[in-house]
Every structure is written in C-alpha cells, then in structure tokens.
Design a protein around this ligand. Structure first.
Ligand SMILES: Nc1ncnc2c1ncn2[C@@H]1O[C@H](COP(=O)(O)OP(=O)(O)O)[C@@H](O)[C@H]1O
Ligand SMILES: [Mg+2]
Length: 265
C-alpha cells in the first residue's frame, strides 16, 4: 500500500479535485483505492456522494479519536468501483478543539492513522493506494496524514502567492520528516494552467528548482468547476475535457514511476 498525502496550505489550488480524480483513474487501472477526507469542509466526500449524517460514526474524526482503531471499520464504499472513502464533515474541527484543551488526546489522534495503517502492512487484500486530501492548514488531521504518509503531492497554481508559499510548505514537510523519515515529496503538480506568459516563466523557474515537479501539467477547464455543482468526480462528469485528459496522463506518470505503467495514455 502506498500512502500519498495531497497537500498545500493554500486553498483553491486543486487538492480535492486531484485526490478525487486520481482515485478514480487509479481504480480504472485496477488498483484498489481508499480516499481519506482530512478536510472538515468534506468536499472530497461530496464528490463521491458520501455525506455523513449527524450520528454517523464512520468518519475521519472517529478514526482519529479511536485510539488506532481498525481503519477498514471506518470505510464507506462509493459509487465508483474500487474506490472507498473515509468521509469527513464539519465535526472534524472538533479534533482541533480537542487538541487545544487536551494535549495527550491530540498526540494520540496524530499517531492513530499511522498506527492503524501499520497494522495493515503486508496484508495482500489491503488497498494499493491510499490518498489523503489534506486541509489548507496544519491541523490535527493534516499532521496525522503527514505522519502516516510515504509521499506528498503538492498541487499548485502558478501565481505569485502560491509559489511564494512553497518554502514554508517544504519547511513543514522537512520538519515532519523528523517524526516520519519515510516522507518524501513525490512531486509538485501544476494545476489550472492557462499558458500565460507569466505562468510559462513561473513553470520554468519551478522546473529548474531542486523540487521534483511532475512532467504532467493540469490545464484549466471550465468543466472542473461545473462538476462541483454536479458533485461528481471529474472523470465521470466530463471525461474528455482538457483537465481530465491531463489527469489521465498524471495517473500514467505515477503508475509508470511505480513500475506499473503501460506507456503514455
Ligand atoms: N484544472 C482545473 N480547471 C479549472 N478549475 C479547477 C481546476 N482544478 C480545480 N479547479 C477549481 O478550483 C476550485 C478549487 O479546487 P479544489 O480542488 O477544491 O482546491 P483545494 O482542495 O486545494 O481547496 C474548485 O472550484 C475547482 O472546481
Ligand atoms: Mg479541498
């Protein structure tokens, strides 16, 4: 099982779209995927039509406060074959409130996901990919994700504010490596690309930086926003828009690097 956190402390950069779309595309390539919603806004869950009810006990909040519970107990199947989700809603904010009043519970919550996944290591029936959609802040759930993950994908938009925030992000990831030495940046993923001159220049700067950058760049497509109203994953809602095609290339790039590729999609 490969655990990948989709992270950027900036909102609106495409973390959730990337998580939902990659989950579907990896599943289409016969991988078993678990998508964990670590954002209290619950957008990832909504893309998959999973919206926890008030008394639902199968959410990321319960997983984090279960004391390293058996994580498959918190999983909900989705409308997409081979994609399951651990959903989240606004109650996940309670994990942070808890953290401020009860330090020890906070530490346990942060550790719980890693411990839960460790128990599963080596099980041939477990998931191939576990994708964690992180919130735009270093919250309890985000810290839990970074301690459990093997890799981080960093979606960014090529504007001055996003690229400026990268050094802080890399600092935080390096900091986490003291607790989770496995953690590495898998790649920076450019999203919502419109090919302006400024973006072209920013892309060149990024590609010449020491950070790994995915070869695939995700183009801006109006259909992505339309899909949020339909609350459907992009590859189901608009499989042939430019962004969906680029995400297919991204899935192939990832599979190829993982030794599972079949050449360009
Ligand atoms: N490739 C794209 N083309 C056009 N709009 C996009 C693209 N990727 C994301 N968006 C839009 O940007 C907004 C933020 O995306 P989202 O994935 O929710 O970001 P985050 O999770 O980082 O906050 C959404 O309205 C989404 O529809
Ligand atoms: Mg999001």
């Amino acid at each position: 099982m490969r655990t990948i956190a989709i992270l950027n402390f900036k909102g609106g950069v495409g973390k959730t779209v990337t998580t939902a779309t990659l989950a579907c595309l990896l599943a289409k390539r016969k991988k078993r995927v678990l998508a964990i919603d670590a954002d209290s806004q619950g957008n990832l869950s909504q893309y998959f039509g999973v919206e926890p009810t008030e008394d639902d006990t199968c959410t990321t909040m319960e997983l984090l406060t279960s004391g390293a519970g058996y994580y498959p107990d918190f999983v909900t199947p989705t409308c997409i074959d081979d994609v399951d989700v651990i959903p989240a809603d606004i109650r996940l904010l309670a994990a942070d409130v808890d953290a401020t009043v009860r330090g020890e519970a906070h530490r346990d919550a942060i550790e719980s996901l890693r411990l839960a996944l460790e128990e599963d290591a080596g099980d041939p029936d477990s998931y191939d990919y576990l994708l964690i959609d992180c919130p735009p802040a270093l919250s309890t759930a985000c810290a839990a994700a970074l301690i459990a993950a093997d890799e981080v994908i960093i979606p960014i938009r090529l504007d001055a504010f996003s690229t400026g925030g990268m050094s802080n992000l890399v600092f935080q990831i390096n900091n986490m490596r003291r607790i989770n030495p496995r953690l590495r940046v898998r790649g920076v993923l450019v999203t919502q690309y419109t090919k302006t001159e400024e973006e072209r220049q920013a892309l060149e700067v990024l590609q010449n930086s020491p950070l790994p950058v995915f070869q695939t760049v995700i183009r801006f497509s109006k259909r992505v926003c339309a899909g949020t109203f339909a609350k459907m994953p992009l590859v189901e809602f608009s499989p042939w828009c430019a962004a969906a095609q680029d995400y297919r290339d991204l899935a192939e790039e990832i599979l190829r690097e993982d030794g599972e590729g079949r050449g360009k999609a």
